[in-house]
Design a protein around this ligand. Structure first.
Ligand code: PMP
Length: 447
């Protein structure tokens, strides 16, 4: 590790000046925006990421959860290179997509049919459209604050705040972007997380119009706490009674189990959206589920209820990368990375207790999130950061970064299979000093 307090930023500053002239705000994705300049990657190897200033850090972000085996895993890299040499995209199907579809359908009992797309956003969009086409209904219900990508309907209420979110018994449909059509807001019903009673009361008010309920079983932005069995059962039962579908967004949480996070529940979703890790480092999305529902896409039907295509869907390079990454991510690998997640949460809790800061850690499997809150949040409203907490998270992230640790900007981590307990202990060492700095800077965080 070469991170130090005194490294220069010359190359990044110059690159950012050029970027500002041609990219809005100098970036192509706001997630990585940062002042005085974003960080520019030079290369990644295993769990290490080196920036263009020559500083190497441990990567706990893994491109927002998409690199399950870290950077440039030799087996995945070999599969990619072999495919690139044979051609990168064809106006034809390939055996690879059939093989990869077989693998994913064998892993997950609820996957009878699957279709590949190019991003998590696209997977959620096509899944919601499938639910509408199947049920002939327009409305979608989703959890307040949950992130599901950039489709107009899926992003409703994603950035709700105390000034906009309204009554807890009937949360507002809050737009993310200026100019969001009123129709999109009207067609999205927002429900609170892990509160079956309130959620059912809200759903009942729209019972004839809802095509399906969209839910991330461990939503990162809702606090990264697993949905309870009681909550999922209640939603499932409601959908059975009202000719609606239960849809899981497992774009991130698919990493939580060999068959995704859904294997932990008594009931299965009708449809599931995936992305990130199943692309082996390449852009990807997929949605899968019940044959009768997926038939809306089927071109052999006399009437195709949802005509659906995509130039790069099931791209052979993505399929080769994904197939090799997911073959490597077998039951033993899932078990091992989840145990490392347990170890991390235990060590972080220990550090929090040692230093006496108002903080906690949530998460499950290979994911965790650090909150500057004494009590773990259970829904979006509780997970929402106060001004002090937001400032504290910023300071903590920058302390960790200066000490060689890259985290996701909510102070979350997504582990990779190439990490070990030594990497976790490096994180907790710098977390400890970071917490100590925080308690001096923001005394209200002291217990
Ligand atoms: N759903 C969830 C739960 C996500 O975390 C994300 C991405 N962060 C998406 C959907 C959208 O995926 P993508 O960025 O690939 O469009």
């Amino acid at each position: 590790m070469q991170a130090s307090h005194s490294h220069t930023h010359n190359k990044s500053e110059k690159l950012f000046e050029r970027a500002l002239k041609v990219l809005p705000g100098g970036v192509s994705r706001n997630t990585i925006f940062k002042l005085p300049h974003p960080d520019y990657a030079e290369k990644g190897q295993g769990c290490y990421l080196t920036d263009i200033e020559g500083v190497t850090r441990i990567d706990f972000a893994n491109n927002m959860a998409s690199l399950i085996h870290g950077h440039a895993h030799p087996v995945v890299t070999k599969a990619i290179i072999e495919q690139v040499q044979k051609g990168t995209a064809f106006t034809m199907a390939t055996e690879l997509e059939v093989q990869y579809a077989e693998l994913l359908c064998q892993r997950v009992p609820a996957f009878e049919k699957i279709r590949f797309v190019n991003s998590g956003t696209e997977a959620v969009m096509a899944m919601l459209k499938s639910a509408r086409a199947f049920t002939n209904k327009a409305k979608i219900a989703k959890v307040e604050g949950a992130y599901h990508g950039a489709y107009d309907y899926a992003e409703v209420s994603q950035t709700a705040s105390p000034t906009t979110w309204g009554d807890e018994n009937k949360p507002n449909s809050v737009p993310v972007a200026n100019g969001t059509p009123e129709g999109a807001l009207d067609d999205v019903i927002v429900i609170p997380y892990n509160d079956a009673k309130r959620a059912l009361e809200i759903l009942e008010q729209h019972k004839d119009d809802i095509a399906g309920i969209l839910i991330d079983p461990v939503s990162h932005r809702v606090g990264m706490v697993p949905a309870t069995n009681e909550f999922i059962n209640a939603l499932h039962q409601w959908t059975r009674q009202h000719n609606a579908l239960l849809m899981f967004d497992e774009v991130i949480t698919f990493r939580c189990g060999y068959a995704g996070a859904q294997e932990r529940y008594n009931v299965a979703p009708d449809l599931t959206a995936m992305g990130k890790m199943i692309g082996g480092g390449f852009p990807v999305g997929a949605f899968a589920g019940r044959s009768d529902v997926m038939q809306v896409l089927d071109p052999t039907q006399p009437k195709v209820k949802l005509p659906h295509s995509g130039t790069f869907s099931a791209n052979p390079v993505t399929m080769a990368a994904g197939l090799s990454a997911m073959t490597l991510f077998d039951k033993a690998a899932v078990e091992k990375i989840n145990a490392l997640g347990d170890f991390a949460r235990k060590e972080i809790t220990h550090v929090i207790e040692q230093v006496g800061i108002k903080a906690c850690v949530t998460g499950t499997g290979s994911m965790f999130r650090i909150h500057l809150k004494e009590i773990a949040p259970t829904n979006y409203r509780q997970a929402f950061n106060s001004a002090d907490e937001s400032q504290g998270i910023k300071l903590l992230l920058s302390h960790l970064f200066e000490h060689g640790i890259v985290m996701i900007n909510t102070c979350s981590a997504m582990l990779s299979t190439v990490m070990t307990q030594t990497d976790i202990l490096m994180l907790t060492k710098h977390l400890k000093s970071g917490f100590e700095v925080l308690m001096v800077e923001i005394p209200s965080l002291k217990k």
